[in-house]
Design a protein around this ligand. Structure first.
Ligand SMILES: [Zn+2]
Length: 345
């Protein structure tokens, strides 16, 4: 790990912290999470699968192991009839993250997200959300985490509740917003303004994650970086969004319509695009650079290497000079074989 320190503050002081998320999407692809509900039942049902993905991200250079408690809150588990598994699922997720983090000196983050239970027009919902965050983060704190990531917040109001609960537990918090709307949170705050408010309330890191790909997150994060004093995070999805379709939810394939969330594959960023993003974010002064839904370990390794790091998985980074057709030995190949490879249609 390039950034070595015992606390989040130490790591931030040492340079860019590299994050890796998108666990739910990746484990869905691997057959361990049901799309639609997206509840991480895998934590209890196939813990080895979770540990393995943590390990792959760790070897690829991630500085933080994020406990897979996204959507592991009371409201979601009730829908699946697994409310009685709530505490075990949350505790186990932190244990798995801790176990793998210890293999490479990574930090461990507890994780909460938007609950879908918050309604700014109904004051009672704030209490419901607070209780859900308090129990999730209370268990995480008991198991041992370095900081909290509260993410994909559509509402500033809900994000502030997560921040307050983290502070009550004495934990630093990284609070990031979902940016599904063009300019404002669902409760009407300009994204830049919302980040300033979160910073003023004591968030250690503020910023954006999910929904937007690199191309449409960078301009917004540049404005946030200019206007907030604290550390800033940017964790885009690994999909090619653009001005016409600024979020993965708005991407459309010709003849197929909506591709979110199950047919996003043709829009996947290459490792090179994510490496370019990592450098661009670093150059803007972003302190916590990562990737969200759509992430694969190959993206994370390319990002780490673009930031100048050698990571455990760098041992197997590409050496295209060794390739029998594309590499140095290619001129010795049968010309017919080379012609077949180089044919243009
Ligand atoms: Zn995501």
């Amino acid at each position: 790990m390039a950034a070595v320190g015992s606390t989040l503050a130490d790591r931030l002081a040492g340079g860019v912290v590299l994050g890796a998320e998108g666990y739910v999407f990746e484990l869905e692809r691997r057959g361990y999470v049901k799309a639609g509900a997206y509840v991480p039942e895998v934590v209890l049902d196939f813990p080895d699968a979770v540990a393995e993905l943590h390990r792959e991200f760790l070897r690829a250079g991630a500085d933080v192991m994020v406990a897979l408690t996204y959507y592991a809150h009371r409201e979601k588990l009730r829908q699946l009839g697994r409310e009685s598994d709530l505490e075990a699922m949350n505790r186990q997720a932190v244990r798995l993250a801790r176990q793998v983090a210890a293999e490479g000196g990574a930090l461990v983050a507890g994780n909460v997200c938007n609950t879908w239970a918050y309604d700014p027009q109904d004051a009672a919902t704030a209490g419901v959300v607070r209780a859900m965050y308090a129990e999730q983060l209370g268990w995480a704190a008991e198991e041992g985490i370095d900081f909290v990531i509260a993410e994909t917040n559509d509402y500033l109001g809900e994000a502030l509740i997560a921040l307050e609960v983290s502070q009550e537990l004495g934990l630093p918090a990284m609070v990031t917003l979902a940016t599904t709307q063009p300019a404002k949170t669902w409760d009407g705050y300009d994204y830049v303004e919302a980040c300033k408010i979160l910073a003023d309330h004591g968030a250690t890191i503020v910023g954006l994650n999910c929904d937007r790909g690199p191309a449409t997150m960078l301009p917004l994060i540049a404005r946030i970086r200019e206007q907030v004093g604290c550390a800033v995070a940017a964790q885009p999805v690994g999909y090619r969004t653009d001005e016409a379709s600024p979020t993965m939810e708005s991407l459309r394939a010709e003849g197929a319509g909506r591709v979110f969330p199950l047919a996003l594959d043709p829009f996947s960023c290459t490792r090179f695009e994510m490496a370019d993003f990592a450098m661009a974010a670093r150059d803007l002064g972003v302190n916590y650079v990562g990737i969200c839904c759509g992430a694969g370990p190959h993206h994370v390794r390319a990002m780490a290497e673009a930031l100048g790091r050698m990571v455990p998985a760098s041992k197997y980074s590409p050496s295209m000079d060794l390739h029998p057709i594309l590499g140095a030995a290619a001129p010795g190949q049968d010309p017919d074989v080379l012609d077949a490879w180089n044919v243009t249609r």
